[in-house]
Each structure stands twice: as structure tokens, then as C-alpha cells.
Design a protein around this ligand. Structure first.
Ligand SMILES: [Zn+2]
Length: 303
């Protein structure tokens, strides 16, 4: 899956090459690409044809293009689901079709915006903008209105997010991955942030100090900013491209995917354990596992 830094690179590319252009013709041929649209491919085509792309926006891993000058709630936007392998490519006119090309929009500068998706988990949907349910007045695609701010947003309130995490009696890693608490932190960066903070992912949000939770959120932002700095420069000027499967980013990671290798801080071998149908990677010395404690009721919980 593309993580936030990859999605941000795509957004920047769309901002440079697509924003300001009008869509003169559009064709959606991938059945699965249009599957989230009630009216299917024809509805996507009808609602995009003739529209001017006015913005490329992102919250967490959600990516969308605003259309025309109407940024009010209810206005159409194009929500882009990258799925596992979705790519947004900008090519010159007359570039031959490629395999797995599922949608194309001809732009008024004769370039073509393409959606290429090998594994077809991604897609396009034209949806209305709606105000975020967090009450900030931010406009989001309606299906993403419940998504919390991500750590890169101007309006992100780390202290408020940390307070929310401390109120929840569940594992800190689960809360970092909960897109309604803080958006954009995926499995890789949750593991990296927890390692930097020296916090085991199975510790309860409420068992950590407010300072430690705030610090962990800061690390999540930093580790994604580092990935963006490393990967944001390696793209061809004309190609707006993402492919989470093959990993365009030369990530320098401390624990993720490094089970058995020495922790770069203390040398203890990194451990991988199953968590939420995926893996958690951590240093058992730097990130001690929660100890089991007995509540007065006799029930077991972890601290
Ligand atoms: Zn260590």
C-alpha cells in the first residue's frame, strides 16, 4: 500500500502538471476502476468532462482533485483510490496505451492524465465535498469526512490527538493506525515512530504520559518527513507516479522489515510479532513489552 509520503509525492506531481488544466475528454474503461461510482464509468465521464482541475489535495492517504472554482460543500471532486498499485501518470499526447490502463483524461494542454493499476484495487470516484465531521470546516470528499487531520496539516493539533489517545483503553499502535484519531500513519511508520519513542505498540494509550504520546506523534511526522525528503526527488518531471508494491522510496527504516537484525540503537535483535493481521517490528530492549497487571476485579489488562 502506498503510505502518506508516496501519496504526497503523487499530489505534488498532480499539482504541478494537472492543476489549472481543463479536462476535454475522458474515458473510463476499467470496470473495477468505476465500481465505487453508483452510475459506473458513464457517470464518472459525464461529471468530469469539461471540468477544470483547480486543486490537488490530500488528507492522510486520501487524495482528490477539486474541480472548477466551486470549493463549497456539495461541489464535485475526483477522489483517487490508489489501492495497492494505482498510478496517476501524465503523458504527452499520442503516447501509446500501456497495460493496465483503466482511465484516461485528455487535458487542454494535450497531455493526458492516466490511471494505471495492475492489481485493480484502486479506482476513481466523483463525489461531493463535505465538511469534516471534526468541526474544523475543512472540506473533504464526502466518503472521507470522518477522517482526522494528518500530522502534516496546518490545523493538526498534536496535543488534542494525544489527549484522545490517552482516553482510549486500547493499544497505542492500534490508535496510531486509527484514521479517526490521526490519519496517514500506516503500519511501517507506526512501527518506526514507536521505536523512536521507545514505546511498545501493545502498551495502552491511557498508560502512557501525555508527553510521551505527543512525542510519539512528533516522531510519526518526522519519520514520514524523512521518507518524503528521501523519495520526493527521484521522480521524472513528467511522470506523476506511485507504486506502493515495488516501493519507489528508498526508505531508511530502523525496525520495520528488520526482524533478527540488530537494533541500530542498542544492538538487540529486532523482533516481529503478529498484530492486527500484519506485523509489528520492535526492539525488545528499547521498547519493553507491557507487563501484565491484575485489576481489582481479577480481570487481566496490560499496562
Ligand atoms: Zn534497541
Amino acid at each position: 500500500m502506498p503510505e502518506l509520503p508516496e501519496v504526497e509525492v503523487v499530489r505534488r506531481g498532480l499539482n504541478d502538471h494537472v492543476v489549472g488544466r481543463r479536462i476535454t475528454e475522458v474515458s473510463v474503461t476499467g470496470l473495477r476502476t468505476a465500481r465505487r461510482q453508483p452510475g459506473g464509468a458513464a457517470e464518472i465521464e459525464d461529471r468530469l468532462r469539461g471540468r477544470k482541475v483547480t486543486g490537488a489535495r490530500r488528507r492522510g492517504k486520501y487524495l482528490w482533485l477539486t474541480l472548477d472554482d466551486d470549493h463549497a460543500a456539495g461541489a464535485d471532486c475526483l477522489l483517487v483510490h490508489l489501492g495497492m498499485s494505482g498510478q496517476m501518470l501524465v503523458t504527452g499526447a499520442g503516447t501509446p496505451p500501456v497495460r493496465h490502463l483503466h482511465a484516461r483524461a485528455i487535458l487542454d494542454d494535450d497531455n493526458e492524465l492516466r490511471f494505471v493499476d495492475q492489481r485493480t484495487f484502486g479506482g476513481w470516484t466523483v463525489v461531493p465535498l463535505a465538511e469534516a465531521i471534526d468541526g474544523t470546516g475543512v472540506l473533504l470528499p464526502a466518503p472521507a469526512a470522518h477522517i482526522a487531520a494528518d500530522p502534516f496539516e496546518e490545523g493538526f493539533d498534536a496535543l488534542a490527538a494525544a489527549r484522545l489517545i490517552r482516553r482510549r483503553d486500547t493499544e497505542i499502535k492500534r490508535l496510531l493506525l486509527d484514521q479517526t484519531v490521526v490519519s496517514g500513519i500506516g503500519n511501517i511508520y507506526a512501527d518506526e515512530a514507536l521505536w523512536r519513542a521507545g514505546v511498545h505498540g501493545r502498551r495502552r494509550g491511557g498508560a502512557l504520559t501525555l508527553g510521551k504520546v505527543t512525542e510519539t506523534l512528533g516522531h510519526a511526522r518526522d519519520v514520514m518527513a524523512d521518507a518524503l525528503a528521501a523519495g520526493g526527488t527521484s521522480f521524472d518531471a513528467l511522470y506523476v507516479n506511485v507504486n506502493g508494491a515495488s516501493g519507489y522510496f528508498d526508505r531508511s527504516l530502523d525496525v520495520y522489515g528488520r526482524a533478527g537484525e540488530p537494533c541500530s540503537r542498542c544492538g538487540t535483535p529486532v523482533v516481529r510479532e503478529d498484530f492486527m493481521n500484519r506485523g509489528s517490528h520492535f526492539c525488545p530492549a528499547c521498547q519493553p513489552a507491557p507487563r501484565r497487571v491484575r485489576k481489582a476485579s481479577g480481570g487481566r489488562r496490560t499496562a
